[in-house]
Every structure is written in structure tokens, then in C-alpha cells.
Design a protein around this ligand. Structure first.
Ligand code: NDP
Length: 280
């Protein structure tokens, strides 16, 4: 059971990923972003999730640099994730994209580098690049994002290193049970993006009822549900109060009945694109 904001889960290959991190999708690069990331690290977050396409790696890098100094932390104590964008999928292109992300972030290595979307015909070459980076010790862990079971199966047909993480849209309206079972059987850690369904679940009646019974917010109930299921997650907020709220999950526990009620809310409903039908 997870007890603490800095609790980790060990990935295939032995790297430990924090169970909770901060997401920064749709956060404009600049002072607001820097302050949000610094607030999170000050409060105890150790994991930050960005991507080349978010166009905010420079700000994340600046915040990380300042936070390391101000909190007397070593780089190894943080876990930084970025992702290769679709336009850069290809062996040489992906190697170059990794270097570009590192340069923007001002880092020597990433803790986790992901293929952002499973673009047909392209992701296998990109995976070869991630494998090369991993084998050369340039990145601590590698994985994918938005991969369905069939994408994972296809990738693993001739992968030399198996994906350690699959970051997918996952929340009570899209609980991804088949994908979770498949991933578990292959030792792939599931990481939930849009855990709060981008804010759309905060008035959900069943979640509100469970939240009231624990004296917690709906966001806290959902994130605790993730943790109790062993799902790594990365809620996004730029507001310090919410950044703190989203990490205040360790003074209560959902009962089995609570967990089952939340599980039963699934409707296979996405807020983001469908990985089997996207055109970017
Ligand atoms: P989330 O489900 O994390 O929801 C974020 C929204 O909820 C924001 O509008 C935020 O507003 C609001 N919010 C956050 N906390 C609270 C709270 N306690 N109470 C009320 N409202 C709250 O959505 P995201 O899409 O941002 O997903 C999380 C992260 O996952 C991203 O930031 C990104 O890192 C990653 N991601 C990955 C994708 C992929 O393809 N791999 C795709 C999409 C996201 P405010 O900031 O104003 O507080």
C-alpha cells in the first residue's frame, strides 16, 4: 500500500518511478509554469511529466534547476519524463529529438522517455532508437504512450527491450481494465494521463458521495483509487493549492466497497483522441 508522496514502483530494469507526479500539458512556458513545478517539488513531488510537443521543456528545466538548488536535492532524486513527438518518429529522428529535449531541459539524461503516440508504420523504428539510448545508458527507462494491446503486441514482436511504461488516458469513466490486465501480465507499468478526466469528473455524483464520506475532494478520491490499483498517475494543476490537494492522499484509505463502486463507473469514455483513429 502506498503511504507517502515519494513512494515508488519498480519498473522492469529496476528503475523506480514515483507513484504520483505532476503533469504539465497545456501549461504555457513561462513564469507560471516555473512556479507550479517549483511548488510541486517544494511540497514533495519528485516526478514531472512533460513532452516535446507541450513546448514547455525549457521552463520545466529552469524550474528543476532552481528547485534542486533551493531544496538541496540531487538530480537523481527527481524523475523527469518527456516524449518524442509524432513528427520525429524514426531512428535518426528520434535520437535527435532526444538530444533536443535534453538540451531544452538542460539535463544530462531523462528518467523516462516515451513514444507519445502509436503512429502506424513509424513507432517500431522509433523504438529501436529508444532501445539504443537505453542500452547506451543515456536514459534510465523507456516506454510508450497511448498504445493499445495490439500496438504493444506488435512492438514486442521484435523488441529487444520491452516497454517499461504505457502512459494512457485512464480515469473512472475509462478504466482500461483489459489493457491493465495485459500490461500486468507483461510487466508493463500503466501510468494514467487525464486522471481527473481534465476536470470533467469533479461533479460526478457517486464520486461526490464517496468524497463526502471521507471528508476529501473528488480529485483526491480519484487519485487515491489510482494509487490503490497500483496505477502511476500525473495530475496536472498550475494552482499551488490544488497541487498540494492532489498529493494529500495518504491519510485515508478507500474501502473495498468504495473501490468497487468507482470501478463500476467505467463507460469506456474518452476525453482525448482514440489511439486507433487519430490523424496527427
Ligand atoms: P487532468 O485529468 O490532470 O486534469 C487537469 C485539469 O483539472 C486542469 O484543468 C486543472 O486545472 C484541473 N484540476 C487539477 N486538480 C484539480 C483539483 N484538485 N480540483 C479541481 N480541478 C483540478 O488532465 P491532463 O490532461 O492535464 O492530464 C494530466 C497529465 O497527463 C498532463 O498534464 C500530461 O502531463 C499528461 N498527458 C499525457 C498525454 C499523452 O498523450 N501521453 C495526453 C494528455 C495528458 P488547474 O490547472 O486550473 O488547476
Amino acid at each position: 500500500m502506498t503511504q507517502h508522496l515519494q513512494d515508488t514502483v519498480t519498473l522492469q530494469g529496476g528503475v523506480r518511478i514515483p507513484r504520483l507526479g505532476l503533469g504539465v500539458f497545456q501549461v504555457e512556458d513561462g513564469e507560471g509554469l516555473v512556479q507550479a513545478v517549483k511548488a510541486a517539488i517544494r511540497y514533495g513531488y519528485r516526478s514531472i511529466d512533460t513532452a516535446a510537443v507541450y513546448a514547455n521543456e525549457r521552463g520545466v528545466g529552469q524550474a528543476v534547476k532552481e528547485a534542486l538548488a533551493e531544496n538541496a536535492l540531487a538530480r537523481e532524486e527527481l524523475f523527469i519524463t518527456s516524449k518524442v513527438w509524432n513528427a520525429d518518429l524514426g531512428y535518426e529522428e528520434t535520437l535527435a529529438a532526444y538530444e533536443a529535449s535534453l538540451e531544452k531541459l538542460g539535463l544530462e539524461y531523462l528518467d523516462l522517455y516515451l513514444i507519445h503516440w502509436p503512429v502506424q508504420g513509424k513507432y517500431k523504428e522509433a523504438w529501436r532508437a529508444l532501445e539504443a539510448l537505453y542500452k547506451a545508458g543515456r536514459v534510465k527507462a523507456i516506454g510508450v504512450s497511448n498504445f493499445q494491446i495490439h500496438h504493444l503486441e506488435e512492438l514486442m514482436l521484435d523488441a529487444e527491450v520491452l516497454p517499461m511504461v504505457n502512459q494512457v488516458e485512464l480515469h473512472p469513466y475509462l478504466s482500461q481494465q483489459p489493457l491493465r490486465s495485459f500490461a500486468k501480465s507483461r510487466g508493463i507499468q500503466i501510468e494514467a494521463w487525464a486522471p481527473l478526466m481534465q476536470g470533467q469528473l469533479l461533479d460526478q455524483p457517486v464520486l461526490k458521495e464517496i468524497a463526502a464520506s471521507h471528508g476529501k475532494s473528488v480529485a483526491q478520491i480519484i487519485l487515491r483509487w489510482d494509487l490503490q490499483h497500483g496505477i502511476v498517475t500525473i495530475p496536472k494543476s498550475t494552482k499551488e493549492q490544488r497541487i498540494i490537494e492532489n498529493a494529500s492522499l495518504y491519510d485515508f484509505e478507500l474501502s473495498r466497497a468504495d473501490m468497487e463502486r468507482i470501478d463500476s463507473l467505467n463507460r469506456d469514455q474518452r476525453t482525448g483522441p482514440d489511439p486507433d483513429n487519430f490523424d496527427f
